[in-house]
Write a protein that binds this ligand. Structure first.
Ligand SMILES: *[C@@H]1O[C@H](CO)[C@@H](O)[C@H](O)[C@H]1NC(C)=O
Length: 598
């Protein structure tokens, strides 16, 4: 009987424990559901001009963003068709002053938000981007002339990945870090606290009108900052839609939308932002303007992150797999009409693969294999390469190509601007293959930012490394090889902020920090380093046992100076740093004498 009773009691205890655990888990889950609000849903009006079947009333021939009669406005048009979109007011110093004061006020409450609240904003934004990815791409295509696939990859995929990474890893990246305080001060707590900088500014390039703005906004907001983002005047039209997305999202999540300020204007607007008193500046653009930004920022010693473009090389070693490499090099060169900071601008091919590489690439570009046009209007699968976003590029590119040809390069295909039969006002350049290029030609030194593949020949790895590094830029490079270890060895020797072995630009999609060396600039955005760059890394110390051990200045080094102050410090140095154990003991004894003999 006793036994049976025991078993019963045991059973009751087990059942009771299991139910308690179950109830606890269920209530915890319920509590989380109540506390963790689901992402906010919101709607934003998509501009009708973005729709593929939109009929324009005006098409501009020889379009330009400048109005010769009115320097205060920006003329917006579609670079792929010349269709007139709108005229917007260029922001000036007055707008910048207003923007920063609004952002400063909003940031006071934003910096107090929890990571959970910031993640909710990002989740809400992510849901909107996924649901309206096509519409967002329409807008970027209309404003920049790019193709839909280029937009899907460069605007949507990259932004979704940045948001996903930030939600998953951002909090850990910004968590307080504790350090060993060292042998002198073992009773201390030593730590770094990542605090928001305050209100930061990002002046970004026009090549990815959506991603370049939102990539900066995501990091700045997550770290607790307010942000002024300046879109390039080349893509002023899409700013209205993009700012409504961000502001509606913040509103729907219950936050002050003034925390993000969208600006768009000419050089005076950029200069006003740099001078506005912001707490940090990220600039993405050319080395010339980057120098100007740094000069201006030096007046107030405002920290800068400068991302100033690249002249990335793809090195094809003797053992490279051409089947794998060629499609990657094609995308690396022609993605976004060649308008990429980390686009492949130089292809360095081993002499043994050279002729076959040139023949196979020529086959892929010849005739109208790479179809140029307006992908937004012509539809899926009709266009491979879009328009150039900036007007007036043809003569710059033709000059670079003609100079190279006069110095011995061979123009295989293209090399000139292209007049589209349906879109004669579109800003097109024929996809170009230029071979037998040498390092001394100007085209090897200047960023082309266009659909131009330049091919150079080398004989040894050493020569390839020298050619690759013999260029003032140093952003990203690629090495193609079947020998992974060799690839890794070469990666170490290439002068650039990023290297991808058997790939192109993927370091960015892997959320590694993005940035360069040389005239490609410095500082990093993206990943952990990018998030931390949006913060003041504040070093703080505390006492580990505040009631027991506190720092006291020994009498021998307290004011007024004791006769044996120097000897005391000398012995302290010996005790702590001398490798020889006997010397340390001797120092220790001397130190003890100092204490006792005082
Ligand atoms: C470049 O050379 C081509 C062919 O000789 C010529 O038609 C074109 O006008 C030149 N372009 C420039 C900008 O000089």
């Amino acid at each position: 009987m006793d036994n049976l009773f025991d078993i019963n009691v045991n059973l009751i205890v087990i059942v009771a424990s299991i139910s308690t655990v179950a109830v606890t888990i269920a209530s915890y889950a319920a509590l989380r559901l109540i506390l963790e609000k689901p992402p906010a849903r919101f709607h934003v009006q998509v501009p009708p001009e973005a729709k593929p079947d939109w009929k324009a009333t005006t098409t501009i021939s020889n379009p330009s963003i400048r109005d010769p009669n009115d320097p205060t406005v920006i003329i917006c048009y579609d670079p792929a068709t010349g269709k007139y979109l709108s005229t917007v007011k260029a922001h000036t110093a007055v707008d910048v002053t207003e923007a920063i004061s609004r952002a400063r006020i909003a940031q006071k409450s934003w910096e107090k938000t929890s990571f959970a609240e910031r993640k909710r904003v990002l989740n809400s934004l992510l849901n909107y981007i996924i649901e309206y990815q096509e519409e967002i791409c329409w807008v970027t295509c209309r404003d920049s002339g790019k193709t839909m696939v280029d937009a899907m990859l460069g605007e949507i995929l990259s932004t979704c990945e940045r948001i996903r990474w930030t939600i998953k890893n951002g909090e850990k990246a910004l968590a307080t870090e504790f350090f060993d305080p060292g042998p002198l001060l073992p009773y201390k707590i030593a730590k770094i606290e990542y605090q928001p900088l305050g209100v930061v500014a990002a002046l970004v390039s026009w090549n990815y009108p959506f991603h370049n703005l939102f990539g900066q906004i995501i990091s700045a907001l997550f770290a607790g900052n307010g942000i002024l983002v300046k879109a390039s005047e080349q893509v002023a039209w899409s700013v209205d839609y993009f700012s409504r997305i961000m502001k509606t999202c913040l509103n729907a999540c219950g936050h002050d939308p003034e925390i993000v300020q969208f600006l768009c204007g000419y050089a005076d607007c950029g200069e006003a932002i740099v001078r506005s008193g912001v707490d940090g500046i990220t600039f993405v653009g050319s080395p010339q303007v980057g120098k100007q930004v740094m000069k201006t920022a030096s007046d107030s010693l405002t920290p800068c992150i400068l991302e100033l473009g690249g002249k990335d090389a793809a090195i094809l070693r003797e053992d490279a797999n051409l089947d794998q490499a060629i499609p990657i090099i094609m995308r690396g060169t022609f993605q976004n009409t060649g308008q990429n900071c980390v686009g492949i601008e130089r292809v360095l091919v081993h002499e043994k693969l050279y002729d076959e590489f040139v023949r196979r690439v020529k086959e892929k570009i010849t005739g109208d294999k790479l179809r140029v046009g307006c992908s937004l209007e012509e539809g899926e699968g009709k266009v491979d390469v879009g328009a150039l976003t900036m007007s007036g590029q043809a003569s710059r590119l033709e000059n670079l190509i003609n100079d190279s040809v006069s110095q011995g390069a061979k123009l295989v295909i293209g090399g000139k601007s292209y007049t589209h039969p349906i879109y004669p006002s579109g800003q097109y350049f024929t996809p170009t293959l230029l071979v037998d290029v040498t390092p001394s030609m100007p085209i090897s030194q200047h960023e082309v930012f266009a659909p131009i593949m330049t091919v150079m020949k080398f004989q040894t790895d050493e020569e390839a490394i020298e050619m690759c590094n013999g260029c003032p830029y140093g952003l990203g490079n690629s090495v193609f090889t079947r020998d992974q270890a060799k690839g890794n060895q070469m990666a170490k020797r290439l002068k650039s902020g990023m290297v991808n072995v058997n790939d192109f630009a993927v370091a960015y999609i892997c959320n590694l920090p993005f940035g360069g060396v040389g005239i490609s600039g410095f500082g990093r955005f993206g990943g952990r380093e990018g998030l931390r760059a949006m913060c003041l890394a504040k070093s703080v110390t505390l006492d580990r046992f505040p009631l027991i051990v506190k720092t006291t200045i020994p009498t021998v080094v307290d004011y007024p100076m004791h006769a044996r102050g120097t000897t005391f410090v000398e012995n302290l140095v010996r005790v702590i740093y001398k490798n020889d154990i006997l010397e340390r003991i001797k120092g220790g004894l001397a130190l003890a004498r100092e204490f006792m003999g005082r």
